[in-house]
Write a protein that binds this ligand. Structure first.
Ligand SMILES: CC(C)(COP(=O)(O)OP(=O)(O)OC[C@H]1O[C@@H](n2cnc3c(N)ncnc32)[C@H](O)[C@@H]1OP(=O)(O)O)[C@@H](O)C(=O)NCCC(=O)NCCS
Length: 182
């Protein structure tokens, strides 16, 4: 069984980015992301309706980190602490040394390679420090932008499940991508 230790919080840096812990004081920026229907369109999680919903999500994220169960980093630019997106291992199957990556980015910062840069840092951390054997990406088949992010990072499409997820009042297909440890 994989033993994961996420404490102290593993802050990561890349050329342009700082991946840091999301704090309660980030609730407004986090709310802006999690309440935006365009950002949340393909994410099977309820949309945040109030800043209090966002604050509760931040508490849940940090509880998961404390218990070494899952981790989400806030993405900020090195020059500005504002959270412009999130990325994390949102589910872990420790018995299989496997985790599922999930991410989202503010519309204003897309098309600059920011998620690619963040994802590479999270992949490196997952394989080198957490000692994962594989990383999974699960996307809606219509989310071609996210498919490109995964494919550019070397993920392979492995499966397409028909109507296996129910959210926003309907059944959705999911496409499963995976990356094996080098
Ligand atoms: C999916 C998502 C995270 C992609 O974010 P992103 O930062 O735009 O993605 P990337 O880092 O891969 O950026 C790639 C684009 O930037 C361009 N780019 C510009 N400068 C670049 C640079 N320095 N380095 C790399 N790419 C660069 C690339 O050419 C590419 O454009 P293309 O996709 O048209 O070919 C974003 O669209 C999003 O948040 N979507 C909504 C939430 C979501 O669906 N999440 C996934 C759920 S599974």
């Amino acid at each position: 069984m994989l033993i994961v230790n996420l404490n102290p919080f593993p802050e990561l840096t890349t050329e342009r980015l700082r991946l840091r812990q999301i704090l309660l004081e980030d609730e407004n920026d986090f709310f802006a992301l999690r309440s935006n229907p365009e950002i949340m369109r393909f994410i099977p999680r309820p949309i945040a309706r109030t800043v209090a919903d966002a604050a509760q999500l931040i508490l849940n994220i940090n509880n998961g980190i404390r218990q070494n169960e899952h981790i989400t980093w806030g993405i900020s630019q090195k020059s500005d602490p504002k959270i412009i997106g999130t990325i994390g291992y949102v589910r872990m199957a420790k018995q299989h040394y496997r985790a599922e990556v999930g991410y989202l980015l503010s519309n204003d910062y897309r098309g600059k390679g920011i998620m690619q840069e963040a994802l590479q840092a999270v992949i490196d951390y997952g394989f080198q420090v957490m000692k994962l054997h594989s990383i999974e990406g699960v996307i809606d088949p219509a989310n071609t932008t996210s498919a490109r992010v995964l494919e550019r990072a070397g993920f392979m499409k492995e499966a397409h499940f028909k109507e296996n997820q129910f959210y926003n009042d309907c059944f959705h297909d999911t496409v499963h991508y995976s990356l094996l440890a080098p």
